[in-house]
Every structure is written in structure tokens, then in C-alpha cells.
Design a protein around this ligand. Structure first.
Ligand SMILES: [Fe+2]
Ligand SMILES: [Fe+2]
Length: 337
């Protein structure tokens, strides 16, 4: 590797470092941020810091054993898939980070990588308490649809990650918008539907969902919009971004409907799933500055469940509030545009 990759005194000014292309000096300076959203998201990520050991999993096995057969299957198939998402995301972020130039944005990605590892650790802690860790982590070997969802997510990650052009980098960012904003969502809903029956799983998912939706999704939405603003992007690339989110919607619904057919849950229908995933996809498109293209309906019951658990007023309220003042001095706005 070129020495200048680490230290380049003749490199560009920190405030000139774009996300893509350039020659940074090599310093990470939180007091000179070209973008405000990067340091704001970093502060919010830190304020939300949690550890799997903080979640009470002592009764998880007892609670799990009392679930119906269908509920147990939903629980296992959900964690089998979500745990793949986080494993893949950690590796993907490490690769995506190499495409980036701005050192502060790269630093925020480093913290995100740590959080994804924390999510992987949390699944292991939870499933160990539940006594079915080996079984759940090996389900991909036995379930064709689970295997297929994982495979399709991996293919979307791999398609543009080699970089080489700004258009490819933008589409790589899109893959992450899909992961943070689409592929977790029905899984989160399932666990919230089980809710009080499995409080350990519910609380663990609550923390994970807050990371994904309150900070990781805004981070990649800002990366996507900033790349678009700073560069001339081909129309065909934007078309490809729309195709990627259409694919994501199909991937999410395919697995969701499969689980529902195999293991019906009261009150959940294929239409409810469709409305939910379409609404999420429209929201993600708006967040990255594109047009909503899916059928729009009012917020569904599943969406409301997820939103309710995003609020920061429960387990970590004191911790969060004591920290919020530290960065509220500047701005908690996560979006510069
Ligand atoms: Fe995660
Ligand atoms: Fe994430």
C-alpha cells in the first residue's frame, strides 16, 4: 500500500474531502466536518451504545418452550435470517469503507461495523440462553427459502462492491439502504408480534432495530444523497437503484409470505405484509431523494409496532437523556439536505 494512503501532508484540505475520489491528508478531525450529518450520526450512535449482556435473557428458554410450535418456528427462522444480515453487513461495510475518501465518513462506518458485530454477538447470547444456538445458526443448510434469501442479499451486496466508478459506489450504497431499511423489517415485526411472550428476544430486537433504523439507515441515506449531489450520476444508474429496491421488496416478501404459509400467525395476512413492505420501500426512496414508486397505504399495524419500539424512552432512557445534551448543543439533525 502507498505510504500516502496513511499520511499525505500534501493531501487535500479536510473540508474538501468528498465521499468519492480525492487524496485525504490522513487525519480524522471531528471539529472540521465537511458534512454535519456524519458527526451527528456518530454522536447518536455512541449515545445509543448498548451491550447484549444488558438484556435479561435469564427466562428465555422457559419462555421459548411455552410458545406454540408455529411461534417457535417463526422465532427460529427469524433469527436465522436476521443473524445472516448482520454477519453480511459487517463484511460488506469493511469493503464499502475502502471505496470512500472522506475520513470522517469512514470513521462513522467504523463505528457502524462495531455495532453490526455487537448485533451478531447479541444473537449468540440470546440463542445460547434459549438453548438452540447451533440449530438456528445451521438452519440455512436445511431450509431452501432461507438459503435463497441469504443468497439473494449476498448477490446484491457483491454486484457493485468492487467499485471503480462513482456509479458503482452509489449502487453499493443502495444495497446497504436495502439491508438496513428493508431486509430486517418483517423479522423485527415477527418478534414484536411475539412480544411479551419472549421479552428477551423483544428487548434485544428493540436495541438492534434502533441502531439499524435510527442511525445506520440515515447514514446510508446521507451517503447516497451526498454522492448524488457531488457527482454526475448516469440516469441508468438511478434506474438500477430503483430496480434494486424492487428486488429487495420481492426478496423480503418472498421470505415473509413463505414463513406465513408455513407457520400462520393470527392477524397477519399476505396483504398486510405487502402494504407494510411497500410503505417501507417508499419511505426509503424518499429518504434517499428518489420518488416513491410503490402502492402507498396508511401505516400498517406492523409498521406501528416497529415504530413504537423505536422510541428511546424505556430501558436506556436515563443513559440516552444524559448524553443527548452533549450533542444537542450543536444539532441533532441527521440530514443536511
Ligand atoms: Fe445490525
Ligand atoms: Fe446496520
Amino acid at each position: 500500500m502507498d505510504v500516502k494512503h496513511y499520511y499525505n501532508p500534501q493531501g487535500e484540505e479536510i473540508l474538501d474531502e468528498k465521499i468519492f475520489g480525492g487524496s485525504p491528508s490522513g487525519f480524522v478531525d471531528f471539529n472540521r466536518s465537511k458534512y454535519k450529518w456524519d458527526s451527528n450520526i456518530y454522536d447518536l450512535m455512541n449515545a445509543n451504545t448498548w451491550f447484549p449482556s444488558e438484556v435479561n435473557t435469564s427466562t428465555e428458554k422457559k419462555n421459548f418452550d411455552q410458545l406454540t410450535d408455529n411461534e417457535q418456528a417463526i422465532y427460529k427462522m427469524t433469527f436465522a435470517q436476521l443473524s445472516f444480515n448482520d454477519s453480511a453487513q459487517e463484511e460488506y461495510l469493511s469493503d464499502f469503507r475502502r471505496l470512500a475518501n472522506n475520513r470522517l465518513v469512514k470513521s462513522v462506518l467504523s463505528l457502524q461495523i462495531m455495532q453490526e458485530v455487537n448485533h451478531s454477538k447479541s444473537y449468540a447470547v440470546l440463542l445460547d440462553a434459549c438453548g438452540n444456538s447451533d440449530e438456528v445458526f445451521n438452519l440455512y443448510k436445511h431450509d431452501q427459502m432461507l438459503n435463497q434469501k441469504n443468497q439473494k442479499i449476498a448477490e446484491q451486496f457483491a454486484r457493485y462492491i468492487d467499485g471503480g466508478s462513482i456509479d458503482k459506489m452509489l449502487l453499493s450504497a443502495m444495497a446497504s439502504v436495502n439491508l438496513e431499511g428493508i431486509y430486517f423489517l418483517l423479522g423485527f415485526s415477527y418478534i414484536y408480534l411475539l412480544g411479551d411472550k419472549v421479552p428477551g428476544a423483544r428487548d434485544m430486537i428493540k436495541f438492534i432495530a434502533r441502531d439499524e433504523l435510527n442511525t445506520h439507515l440515515p447514514l446510508f441515506a446521507n451517503i447516497f444523497k451526498t454522492i448524488q449531489k457531488e457527482n454526475k450520476i448516469q440516469t441508468s444508474t438511478i434506474d438500477a437503484a430503483y430496480t434494486m429496491i424492487e428486488d429487495a421488496v420481492n426478496i423480503e416478501l418472498e421470505y415473509g409470505k413463505y414463513l406465513l404459509e408455513q407457520y400462520p400467525i393470527m392477524g397477519v395476512t399476505p396483504e398486510l405484509m405487502e402494504d407494510t413492505v411497500y410503505n417501507y420501500a417508499n419511505d426509503r426512496l424518499k429518504k434517499i431523494g428518489l420518488k416513491a414508486i410503490f402502492k402507498e397505504s396508511s401505516a400498517t399495524y406492523l409498521q406501528k409496532l416497529v415504530t413504537k419500539h423505536l422510541e428511546m424512552n424505556e430501558v436506556k432512557s436515563n443513559f440516552f437523556e444524559s448524553n443527548v445534551s452533549n450533542y444537542a448543543k450543536s444539532s441533532i439533525d441527521l440530514n443536511d439536505f
